[in-house]
Structure formats: structure tokens, C-alpha cells
Write a protein that binds this ligand. Structure first.
Ligand SMILES: [Zn+2]
Length: 258
């Protein structure tokens, strides 16, 4: 495809692809539908899982798996109330045994947390809830679709052509992979912080842990930034913004705590 045609197609797609997110109310540029995003994520997730299994990297630590499952189950229950369409998502969480400081939640609720982040940051249950709450918030807020849209724009004509003309999911799968390595926008980060801390409070997890988590994260970036920070760039006032949210979140937490 000629580059002018690609540009024209991209422009046409952009013009028709501004949507208001139902959770945040923010207008987003999206070139992929929720269904496409979920289908390509499911495919990318299955591939990630099968590769991790081949390498023997799915954690067999039964206690850690149970702990992560218990925390994310409580967050998922609240996510379904915050964004009702997520009741139909095929939620799932994996614990990947790799030293990376990382965690994510794809569109459609496919999540993973790495043993590296749990062990190196010595995360408490409240801190795990904050990190997964933040990740789930990204998914509820449609940030994965925004990142995929950027991956499509980056990959150019071939992929874009097939997206515009049809729903070739085999082409979209690598887009889901690429999207996972792209940084969220700072605006997206602020939104995920805001909704993530609330999700965790509603699930009965201490809002103060959000501040502690990001303090630990920035302390860990001494030896080169963790993967997590490269995909989650810090809004300049992250800790202050979270601190300002704590008093509003405390009554929610007090009501929900076990
Ligand atoms: Zn984030």
C-alpha cells in the first residue's frame, strides 16, 4: 500500500474512532473494538502462558498462587460493579516465575504478576491489591485498546489495512504483544491510579499501601528502571495525587475491610 493511502486510511480510521470511555468519561482514540481487543489479548495470553509453561516458568508455589487468586478475586468482584460489561470477561490470573518486576492486565481481564515483583519488593497483600487494582483499572478504562491502536499506527499499512477492511485476528495478535511493551500515557497512569486505589479500597485493601508501593518501586529503580516503570511512566505528582486520594478512600476501605 502506498504511504499516502496508509495515511489516508489512518486518518479516516482516526476520525471515526473517537469514543467516550464509560468509566472515566474521557474521549479516547481507538482503532480496535472491545471485541477485537479481547480476542487478540486472549490469543496473546494463551501464547504467553504456553511459552511460560514450556520454559517451566509458571509458578508452582501453591501458597503464592492461592494468595494472588484470593486478592484478585476480591478485586474482580468490585471491577464487575464498577464496569458491568466486565461481568462477561473471562478473567484469569497467572503467577509467572521470573525475576522481572512486572504485572499486567490485558483487555478482557487476562492478568499476570511476576514472582520478581512480589519477592524483590516484599509486597504485602495490600500492596499486591494496589498493583493489581491499578492494572485492572487500565483494562476497565480501555487503556489496552489505546495502546493497541498506537501499535497499529506504528506497524503501519499491512496491519492497518487488514483492520480497516476486516477482522484478521492473526494479524492483531502481535499487536496485543507489542501493546504490552508500549508505555501507557501519563494521563492513563493518573486514571489507573485514581480508579485502582478505589477498586482496592472497595475490595477491603488499605489505600495507604498505594503510596508505599510506589515508594518501593522508585527505590527499586536504582539498578536501572524495572520493566514495570518503563510501561507505567510516572505522572510527576503520582505520590502527592495518591496521598490526596487517601482521605476520600478511607471511609470506603473502613466499610469494606474484613
Ligand atoms: Zn499503569
Amino acid at each position: 500500500m502506498k504511504s499516502e493511502l496508509v495515511l489516508a486510511a489512518l486518518l479516516a480510521a482516526s476520525l471515526t474512532a473517537c469514543q467516550t470511555n464509560p468509566v472515566s468519561g474521557r474521549s479516547q482514540l481507538v482503532l480496535v473494538s472491545e471485541e477485537q481487543a479481547q480476542a487478540s489479548s486472549a490469543q496473546a495470553y494463551a501464547q504467553t502462558m504456553s511459552e511460560a509453561q514450556k520454559k517451566g516458568n509458571l509458578s508452582t508455589d501453591a501458597a503464592l498462587n492461592a494468595r494472588v487468586k484470593r486478592i484478585t478475586d476480591r478485586l474482580i468482584a468490585e471491577a464487575k460493579l464498577m464496569y458491568p460489561p466486565s461481568r462477561d470477561w473471562k478473567w484469569s490470573v497467572a503467577v509467572i516465575d521470573e525475576p522481572t518486576l512486572n504485572a499486567w492486565c490485558m483487555p478482557g481481564g487476562k492478568m499476570a504478576i511476576y514472582t520478581g515483583i512480589v519477592r524483590k519488593l516484599n509486597l504485602s497483600d495490600d500492596e499486591i491489591a494496589q498493583i493489581m487494582g491499578h492494572e485492572i483499572a487500565h483494562a476497565l478504562l480501555g487503556h489496552g485498546r489505546e495502546r493497541m491502536s498506537r501499535a497499529i499506527a506504528m506497524q503501519g499499512g499491512m496491519v492497518l489495512g487488514s483492520v480497516v477492511s476486516g477482522y484478521d485476528l492473526s494479524v492483531l495478535a502481535p499487536v496485543a504483544d507489542v501493546a504490552l511493551t508500549l508505555p501507557n500515557s501519563r494521563e492513563g497512569e493518573s486514571e489507573a491510579d485514581r480508579y485502582g486505589i478505589e477498586l482496592a479500597a472497595r475490595a477491603g485493601y488499605d489505600p495507604h499501601a498505594a503510596i508505599k508501593l510506589w515508594e518501593k518501586m522508585s527505590a527499586a529503580s536504582g539498578n536501572g528502571p524495572p520493566v514495570f516503570l518503563s510501561t507505567h511512566p510516572s505522572p510527576t505528582n503520582r505520590i502527592e495525587a495518591l496521598n490526596a486520594l487517601v482521605p476520600k478512600m478511607m471511609p470506603i476501605y473502613e466499610k469494606a475491610r474484613p
